[in-house]
Design a protein around this ligand. Structure first.
Ligand code: IPE
Ligand code: IPE
Ligand code: MG
Length: 255
């Protein structure tokens, strides 16, 4: 196998997490309502899923609605809920056919029963698929994820199943969303802002961060390829020195 092929597969992220930002500004540039931008953003979602399927990336986590986004105008929140509902009805069968496992992460209890039922049905239907783990973060907050983990740990202690001295990073990690997946290797945020906005806080500890000025509806396979090229150039050191890392090969794992 030629060197460059080896490097290109070794340096491919297993898990990509994306803050899909910039829909509102994209619509504003066109003098259209913000919901127009959200609708346009769906094309970029499809392109991203196809890209991951084609490139053999095994997990993709998309931030679709944060726990703070409820504070937006009611009309925008309503339009987003409508879009989610329609997208579920339209896309689930096709994604299932491609071997995609769909998972929603976040506090689903806040959603209307009709939407919640469809989310649950999509998760149940695609549960056994293994080609791509597609995680959609809705009413998700990284701080909520931490609180949720803390609650489950406290309950396990209360039941006498866990001693406080047994709580370490490995133990805690099991209680966060997506505990069964490797943490994101690559975090992408579109739309020009350089912040995490309460996305995966625990899970992003050692992710490589890539920021793009492209607004989400315009994000496409070329943009994703540029992010992968950028990722392939990074040296992930996990606290070690560059010399230690090069002596150990190009993918040192945590501990
Ligand atoms: C991201 O785009 C989508 C959601 C948060 C639902 P925005 O709606 O935040 O777009 P901008 O940042 O206002 O341009
Ligand atoms: C983050 O984007 C949430 C999603 C993309 C779903 P926001 O647009 O809500 O983030 P802020 O408000 O700019 O930090
Ligand atoms: Mg935004």
């Amino acid at each position: 196998m030629p060197d460059n092929v080896e490097i290109s597969t070794l340096r491919l992220p297993r898990h990509i997490a994306i803050v899909m930002d910039g829909n509102g500004r994209w619509a504003k540039q066109r003098h259209r309502p913000r919901s127009f931008g959200h609708r346009a953003g769906q094309k970029a979602v499809r392109a991203t899923i196809e890209f991951c399927l084609q490139r053999g990336i095994s997990a993709l986590t998309l931030f679709a609605f944060s726990s703070e986004n409820w504070q937006r105008p009611q009309s925008e929140v309503g339009a987003l809920m409508e879009l989610f509902l329609k997208a579920l009805d339209r896309e689930v069968d096709e994604l299932h056919g491609y071997g995609v496992r769909i998972r929603f992460i976040g506090d689903l209890s806040a959603f209307a029963p009709a939407l919640r039922e469809r989310m649950q049905a999509a998760m149940a239907k695609t549960f056994a698929n293994a080609k791509l783990a597609l995680n959609i973060a809705v009413n998700y907050g990284g701080r909520w994820d931490i609180v949720n983990a803390a609650r489950q740990i406290a309950a396990a202690v209360q039941r006498g199943e866990l001693a406080p001295t047994q709580i370490d990073e490995r133990c805690m990690a099991q209680f966060f969303c997506l505990a069964d997946l490797p943490p994101p290797d690559l975090f992408i945020r579109t739309g020009g802002e350089q912040r995490i906005s309460n996305f995966l806080l625990w899970q992003l500890a050692y992710s490589e961060l890539v920021f793009s000025d492209v607004l989400w509806p315009d994000y496409d396979a070329d943009c994703l390829q540029r992010a992968l090229d950028d990722f392939a150039q990074r040296e992930r050191r996990y606290g070690k020195t560059g010399d230690q890392v090069s002596a150990n090969g190009s993918r040192p794992e945590l501990k």
